[in-house]
Design a protein around this ligand. Sequence first.
Ligand code: PEP
Ligand code: MN
Length: 337
Amino acid sequence: MIIVMKPKTTDEKIEKIKRKMESLGCSIHESKGQNYHLIGLVGDTSRIDPSQIQANRSVEKLIFVQEPYKKANRLFHPEETVVKINDKEIGGNKFSVIAGPCSVESQEQIISIAEDIKESGAAFLRGGAYKPRTSPYSFQGLRDEGLELLKIAKEKTGLPIVTELMSADKLEKFIENVDIIQIGARNMQNFDLLKEVGKTNKPILLKRGMSATIEELLMAAEYVMSEGNEKVILCERGIRTFEKYTRNTLDLSAIPVIKKYSHLPVIVDPSHASGLWWLVEPMAKAALVAGADGLMVEVHNDPANAKCDGQQSIKPERFKALMNTLKQLAKIENKEV
Ligand code: PEP
Ligand code: MN
């Protein structure tokens, strides 16, 4: 961090700000010219609140040299993180596909979809049990029963399960029964929830908030990691823009940007990003080529009667065709599906 002082600031005021920064654990490197005075802060700046410096009337501006996230930052962890889930991995040279319905609806439905996606090569089963719905009158998920049905599907297929945690009061249940805990877009900045999952040892799938910048997503990951849990998988799921044709706008460039600044694996959800079943395939292919570590895809055996997100769910046959295409593309990208 570099503090640029206003020209003609008195020595007394400069000394005061320097002492304050030193008391917060930084050492000072100064540079002085005729019309400028720079105070460089060296060392751990995490205890410094930038807004307090900016509030100082003698400060012209503050220049950030480093990103505010540390544990998620590639600078301090140059090698890629590979998250291990039982005998599977997300990250590295793997391209891992998580698939399944938006929400678990019945035993028959979840088992049938789980069997189909497994046969096509999916590595994980998704399915919402506790659903974050915009309307309180929409289907809210089968909740505890949904979780039980996911367990049955796991027993039948061996596929590890990914499902969304909405509130910390279900955390113990999730630790016991779920393989990857999903934190949804709407909860990306639920900081208390992030801290709670950060105290566990479970892999966390952290979805980007619909209006979150990449830095905010990485700061959300930092919340989880700062509590000790470094098994974080990021998910780009589209952001809100002025475009109305698609449900969200898939920010494909977020993949290489995140890869540049962070060592965490990043996957893409083309279903929530586009909101249209026929856009899932092109967006999934684009995600692989852009460098994603995997996908989360909504698959339903009867989309027209789905209780949630049927319009963006692909049928098992289409999923199979998509997986075959991805296997071909993965070879070119030196990835393994
Ligand atoms: C989901 O994956 O079920 C979901 C609700 O997605 P998002 O949090 O990205 O909206
Ligand atoms: Mn959905």
